[in-house]
Design a protein around this ligand. Structure first.
Ligand SMILES: [Zn+2]
Length: 286
């Protein structure tokens, strides 16, 4: 796969539009929701903003769900619920400075969600801290539900590489599984900077991030990651909340840690986590 295809395949921009007329769509909304034009970046975002008070999975590509005044833990608790109930993936960015959640996923399927690349790029330029979330729904007995796919790690690489020389920008990546949050990041920023410098100095200025992701796609890195997961899977009983024992995971390129999150108050009984699970929530990530 060539580098450009990698980028296009990973972070394709929206191409398909649903045919549902917007007024019909608006009529189906909750009372708490309202539809407005995106005022800040209308020239690069064809999706209208649907302001609402709760995060949800939205497969209507004409509209982007936006939730304001909901800070990190409340939003995470809602995403946890979605990861348990949804049959498809969904992606949001969270801007901590304003406690705002913005849907950035489209073409949601059970295996995949595409990111709105151009819209995201504009947000990254404007904000000092952005946290990417995507829910990984799926069969709770399926081991893969609890780990980012390698493609998720490559997407992180593509997004973060261009900001590697700007340490004041904070761009974090998290998946939401039915039992908690996995945060993943470069294992060693200096290593990444060195690689990016090498590409730049080698005449590849402007193509550093593509070359970095090409490097990261080499089988030695992928095999190392999947071997760690497989080794953990082989241990008896590593399923459900026990998968947290697989964390933290460290490979040459990436570090991953896990943390359990509490449920919203009105959403039923808390997750049954063992004491060992609670103890382990301090520092884990996939
Ligand atoms: Zn994923």
């Amino acid at each position: 796969m060539c580098m450009l295809q990698v980028k296009v395949a990973l972070i394709a921009i929206a191409v398909g539009w649903f045919v549902l007329p917007l007024d019909a769509y608006a009529a189906s909304l909750d009372r708490s929701s309202r539809i407005e034009k995106n005022k800040n970046t209308p020239y690069l975002d064809r999706r209208l903003f649907e302001y609402t008070d709760h995060l949800r999975v939205n497969r209507e590509n004409k509209v982007r769900v936006v939730v304001t005044n909901k800070c990190e833990f409340d939003g995470e608790a809602e995403l946890l619920q979605l990861s348990r109930s949804s049959h498809v993936e969904e992606a949001y960015i969270f801007v901590p400075e304003t406690c705002t959640w913005i849907e950035v996923g489209h073409r949601e399927t059970s295996q995949n969600v595409y990111l709105d690349e151009i819209f995201i790029q504009a947000q990254l330029e404007q904000q000092s801290t952005v946290i990417f979330y995507h829910i990984q729904p799926g069969n709770r007995s399926d081991f893969n539900t609890y780990f980012p796919s390698y493609r998720d790690l490559v997407t992180l690489t593509l997004i973060n590489a261009d900001y590697i020389w700007k340490p004041y920008k904070k761009i974090l990546h998290r998946i939401v599984t039915p039992i908690g949050i996995v945060e993943y990041e470069f294992a060693n920023t200096t290593q990444i900077i060195n690689l990016m410098d090498k590409f730049r100095n080698g005449g590849l200025r402007g193509f550093e991030s593509q070359n970095l992701s090409y490097e990261i796609l080499r089988s030695k890195y992928q095999d190392e990651y999947y071997k760690k997961i497989r080794d953990c899977q082989r241990r008896d009983g590593m399923i459900g909340d026990k998968v947290i024992w697989c964390y933290p995971i460290h490979t040459t390129a990436f570090s991953l840690k896990f943390r359990a999150i509490s449920e919203p108050n009105n959403s039923g009984p808390p997750i049954a986590l063992s004491n060992s699970t609670r103890a382990a929530t301090v520092q884990l990530n996939n």
